[in-house]
Design a protein around this ligand. Structure first.
Ligand code: NAD
Length: 471
């Protein structure tokens, strides 16, 4: 990465001499980079450049856009090790996993649109009408830090495939991979101004983007609090918007499940990326009579998650991305104890010998009241709540009993029963008996988890307007 303290506007890297934002290495707390704290003027220029580029980019053929996506795919493959290491250091995910997920998912997403684009019908005949799907215009993309490039790609790739132009404001906590993306796109035949990237604080650079009159759509991933602001700004100007927000997902373990496999699967999912995952299965619902055994199994699974520097080979659990996030998680762990949940393992402290950086002991609470704050609010750290239930109906009620609805899981020895219960969960995706994540299936939330869907044709259609020609 040679362009860190720069802005990428209208196909050029602009030097930045204003205030900067420090990016901290999660495992040490040391400053690993400085990036621009760009403001309103820079964001205005980026939007103007995307606006100007839209006229010709929106008229390109599907083949022209496909050619760019293929070049992007090559670039992502070439720079995958650098992407993985950058995100691992910023966010704390163990390096090997970061290679598979933080660098691997952007490749999988791009590949999926390389396959989808040639097959997608941008026109459709309905009686005497030709229905046309047209790019929505300039898209403002705002993204968080936990899967920083993955979340960017779920917006940028379908937006470009649809014929939209883009202004990206990446997370200021983990911006490095967005710079790598801009460098890759600079090396493709993408016309100037189609993709622009401006790094800065949410309250300034982000706020300018969401209120900009020349932005036609906002695509946001992040916290529900910022999601509200985005939705309000969009409403003020009748902009289109898509929101991917938080979660408090339930893993429902039925009495006939393989308890050991179900607990292991839930713990591994909950602790993925140190719990900094919007889809994390953070509530484990178990039959009352299996509660104590489930807690023991969860503690055993957690004990295998060796904490350490994410760049060390033996590490299975890294730190959190920032001091602020670590302190927030500590507060939630103290709150859980105050609320009367049983501390099975963990606590509000760093694992032994890991006082540098932003480490938190992986923590399991048992006998958690489903209405308590630790069971209702997104903690975004390595904290699992075990909640006992008395019967299937109560399990479904508890699973559906938060404002969120992003993900979930059901475990049962009876596949039909598992599928039936999965169909009762008010959530955007459900993992049935450990089913694999599918990057071609729709992803998004019910309720406070968001509005709209990403991945596959659903993700593409977020960026398309519909026009009917009456013939
Ligand atoms: P955040 O909302 O604080 O920040 C997200 C982005 O919004 C950042 O780029 C930030 O600079 C920007 N921003 C902040 N204030 C803004 C403002 N006033 N105007 C415009 N932009 C502003 O979220 P975060 O802390 O970076 O990420 C964690 C949250 O994201 C969690 O709640 C998590 O569940 C959620 N998340 C959801 C998904 C999903 O797909 N549903 C994926 C990942 C993360």
């Amino acid at each position: 990465m040679k362009n860190l303290n720069k802005l990428y506007i209208n196909g050029e890297w602009e030097d930045w001499s204003g205030q900067t934002l420090k990016v901290h290495e999660a495992a040490t707390g040391e400053v690993m980079a400085e990036v621009p704290a760009a403001g309103r003027a820079e964001m205005d220029r980026a939007v103007d450049s995307a606006h100007q580029a839209f006229e010709s980019w929106s008229r390109t053929s599907r083949d022209e856009r496909l050619a760019i996506l293929k070049q992007l795919l090559d670039g992502l493959n070439t720079r995958a090790p650098e992407i993985a290491e950058t995100v691992s250091r910023e966010v704390g995910m163990p390096a090997k996993l970061a290679g598979q997920i933080q660098a691997g998912m952007p490749i999988a997403t791009t590949q999926s649109y390389v396959e989808l684009l040639p097959e997608y019908d941008f026109t459709e005949q309905v009686g005497n009408s030709e229905v046309q799907y047209a790019p929505v215009g300039v898209v403002g993309c705002i993204t968080p830090w936990n899967y920083p490039l993955h979340q960017v790609m779920l917006k940028v790739v379908p937006a470009l495939a649809a014929g939209c132009t883009v202004v990206l404001k990446p997370s200021e906590i983990a911006p490095g991979s967005a710079f790598i993306l801009a460098e890759i796109l600079e090396g493709t035949d993408l016309p100037k101004g189609v993709f622009n990237m401006v790094c800065g604080l949410g309250e300034e650079a982000g706020d300018t983007l969401i209120r900009h009159p020349r932005v036609n759509m906002l695509s946001f991933t992040g916290s529900p609090q910022t999601g509200h602001r985005v939705a309000h700004a969009a409403a003020d100007d009748f902009k289109r918007f898509a929101l991917e927000l938080g979660g408090k997902s339930a893993s429902v373990i039925l009495p006939d499940a393989d308890l050991k496999a179900a607990v292991k699967g839930t713990v591994n999912n909950c602790l993925l990326n140190s719990g900094q995952t919007c889809t994390a299965l953070t509530r484990m619902l178990v039959p009352q009579e299996m509660h104590d055994q489930a807690c023991e199994l969860a503690a055993e699974a957690v004990a295998k998650m060796t904490p350490g520097n994410p760049l060390d080979e033996g590490t299975r659990l890294g730190p959190l991305a920032s001091a602020e996030q670590r302190d927030r998680v500590f507060q939630y762990i103290r709150l859980g104890i105050e609320e009367g949940a049983k501390l099975v393992t963990g606590g509000a402290e760093a694992p032994e010998g890991l006082d540098q950086g932003y480490f938190v002991r992986p923590t399991v609470f048992g006998n958690v009241d489903p209405e308590s704050r630790i069971a209702q609010e997104e903690i975004f750290g390595p904290v699992l709540c075990v909640i006992p239930y008395s019967d299937e109906q109560e399990a479904v009620r508890i699973a559906n009993g938060t404002p969120y609805g992003l993900s979930g899981a059901v475990w049962s020895g009876d596949a039909d029963r598992a599928k039936r219960i999965a169909g009762e969960l008010r959530t955007g995706q459900v993992f049935v008996n450990g089913g694999a994540f599918n990057p071609k299936a729709p992803f998004g939330g019910f309720g406070h988890s968001g509005i709209g869907r990403e991945f596959g044709k659903w993700g593409l259609e977020e960026f398309l307007e519909v026009r009917a020609l009456q013939l």
